[in-house]
Design a protein around this ligand. Sequence first.
Ligand SMILES: *Cc1c(COP(=O)(O)O)cnc(C)c1O
Length: 421
Amino acid sequence: MRIETKCLHEGYHPQNGEPRALPIYQSTTYTYDSTEHIGKLFDLTAEGHFYSRISNPTVCAVEDKIAALEGGIGALCTTSGQAASLISILNILKAGDHFISVSKIYGGTINLFAVTLKKLGIECTFVDPDAPEEEIQKQFRPNTKAVFGETIANPALSVLDIEKFARLAHKNQVPLIVDNTFATPILCRPIEYGADIVIHSTTKYMDGHAVQLGGIIVDSGNFNWNNEKYPEFNEPDESYHGVIYTKDFGKSAYITKARVQLMRDIGAYPSAHAAFLLNLGLETLAVRMERHCSNAQKVAEYLNSVAKVENVNYPGLKNDPYYNLAQKYLPRGCSGVISFTIKGGRESAIKFMDGLQLASNVVHVADIRTCVLHPASSTHRQLTDEQLIAAGITPGLIRLSVGLEHIDDILEDLEQGLARI
Ligand SMILES: *Cc1c(COP(=O)(O)O)cnc(C)c1O
């Protein structure tokens, strides 16, 4: 099946007489005929659902669909993108460990890595994604356990050289984790370029309609955890009757551990209803991404031609520093988000945004409706000026998420907004 078809048909395969649409299994628990069977479920020697903090049939259908879209062997849904980032790291690192992240990533992730994980004793070094390989290599330490990056950074819109980071990670025997939220598997599948783990905020394009908050972790199954750097994967798990993840689960060691150990303990599993809504979004993902890309390309070209606009970041523009990387990693389009700076800094940005009539001013992105946001006074408000610059954000930067409206209506709205300044 091509990816467009997978969006519709993967994950749920109804049998004779069963519902055509994915049912909502709104149940916390599942019945079995014997105590013995339930015992086996707890020992992980039998397959089946037993409690909806760990798995649920509706959520699992969505996990299977997204794993198929990304080319992974398994996936785990979470209640938010933040929970996916957290669990993807905690599944590998513990107090005393270190990891490397590129600096151009989502503001919430920077906070999680630089502040909250630090309190737990996990240290993160941020590196410039465009630095030469030798420079980045110098940041690896004996206790470095993972490398993290974002395919298209929110909101810097830099494109990650996934192969470069996969090479660096693998040379140091650690996995590469890629946040693929803005690209979606329709535009880029990081596993094909060497990423080991892919995560998403499904709140964004995957859902697309701004109705559910969610995240997902996808396991490529390619990383070899059978390595002394990762004792938790190779020694008996006391909290799970001595299970040894690499021995008992082979290629799915990572994703199984994330579910049965961390999800069990942290409890950030989405409801069946949230997964049902996410699935509706996924069914049209391929069609929507095509229009998001074509509308955004036209808007970026328009903004690029306006004298009042100081600069435009969109990797689909020929003069964008990430154009070449986008040609390689995003051949089908550069997604729907543009960031740009209007001459006159913060003040002009706010005047322009408040004057928009069609585009809504919301703390959201990657929605079917065009929306704008001022990162320096909202999502990235907690960052220092230094961190803002490292994340690719200037005080006057505007993030524009181009929706599915008619392109002329979007352009007319931007024109009248610009006329006010
Ligand atoms: C929004 C976002 C997140 C966080 O996801 P939530 O669903 O809001 O928790 C993580 N990464 C990226 C790239 C995002 O855009």
